[in-house]
Design a protein around this ligand. Structure first.
Ligand code: PEP
Ligand code: MG
Length: 321
């Protein structure tokens, strides 16, 4: 099996009916790019930049960040590279940043909320990203977007820093896509509105499931509610993909679900454009997708979305898809 997968390393990811999707990887540090390429990754679908800020005693400087982002973009040699801006707070803390103690950190000041609250810190990251953009195919992604206003504010900061760099005579790529993670239910519900303004969506199912089911993703006491195949989740995923396609945009998925054997046939049938997973899952997923017909997977979708339970969906996929 491993030998069969290895042959797919330099192949595109195409279904039996000729539909191509992109298989990307989730990474945490520039060192991870080697594994992405070794495993035949066509893209980086999620670079979690928070690791650059963790395990140290002060913020990384603009130049340190520029070096990290540039090295990832260079290593990817023009392949799409989605860099997520700082997603700190919640369970991820920084020793040098005193965040307010909150009763519900996962519902508190984290990710884009914190970045908009601390614009100097955010602008430093954006400048580093914009400067690095000339070294590859950069796409900037904001985490935990809940409202259109947050997206507009964040995008305005990108535009502002880009204009500043240009007046300083510093080159910035003019083809940087700007997208958002869809990991808060309000954003999935409003995807049609967001789709008019973003360049792409990436569905973060790790958080989308937790927030939709109101079940802490780390809490074993409620892990029975953490149901990727609950039709509630699948209907949200469909809303997001359909909304993006109506506006000529694309949708990826970078939560754990994107690499799940049972999820893949459903996501293919729903029309997901990009799947981002741990590098070690890519070849297996390419092999699986290469044996499926997109048109046939699509014929199962209405039935699945009308099912009552997560278990029913999983059983149906195993038996029929
Ligand atoms: C997600 O929420 O699905 C996601 C990919 O982001 P993280 O796991 O870093 O929260
Ligand atoms: Mg998340």
């Amino acid at each position: 099996q491993k030998a069969e997968w290895a042959k797919l390393k330099n192949e595109p990811t195409v279904t039996t009916d000729g539909h191509a999707v992109e298989l990307g990887a989730n990474i945490g540090t520039p060192k991870d790019t080697a594994g992405v390429l070794e495993n035949g990754g066509e893209a980086i679908g999620l670079y979690r930049t928070e690791f650059l800020y963790m395990g140290r005693d002060q913020f990384p400087t603009e130049d340190e960040q520029y070096e990290a982002y540039s090295s990832v973009l260079k290593a990817m040699e023009g392949k799409p590279t989605v860099v997520r801006t700082l997603d700190i707070g919640g369970d991820k803390e920084l020793s040098y940043l005193q965040l307010p103690k909150e009763l519900n950190p996962f519902l508190g000041l984290r990710a884009i909320r914190l970045c908009l609250e601390m614009p100097d810190m955010f602008r430093t990251q954006l400048r580093a990203l914009l400067r690095a953009s000339v070294h590859g195919n950069l796409k900037i992604m904001f985490p935990m977007i809940a409202t259109l206003d947050e997206f507009r504010q964040a995008k305005a900061l990108v535009e502002d820093e880009k204009a500043k760099l240009q007046t300083e005579g510093i080159d910035v790529s003019d083809s940087i896509e700007i997208g958002i993670m869809v990991e808060i239910p309000s954003t999935a519900v409003m995807a049609d509105t967001f789709a008019k303004e973003v360049d792409f969506f990436s569905i973060g199912t790790n958080d989308l499931i937790q927030y939709t089911m109101a079940a802490d993703r780390m809490n074993e006491n409620v892990s029975y509610l953490y149901q990727p195949f609950n039709p509630a989740i699948l209907r949200l995923v469909k809303m997001v993909i359909d909304a993006s396609h109506r506006e000529g945009k694309w949708t990826g998925m970078c939560g754990e679900m994107a690499g799940d054997e049972i999820a893949i046939p459903i996501l293919l049938g729903l029309g997901l454009d990009e799947f981002s997973m741990s590098a070690s899952s890519i070849l297996k997923a390419r092999s699986q997708i290469g044996k499926l017909s997109k048109a046939e997977m699509a014929t199962h979708i209405d039935r699945i979305l009308a099912m009552d339970t997560s278990a029913e969906v999983a059983d149906y996929v195993k038996a029929n898809m």
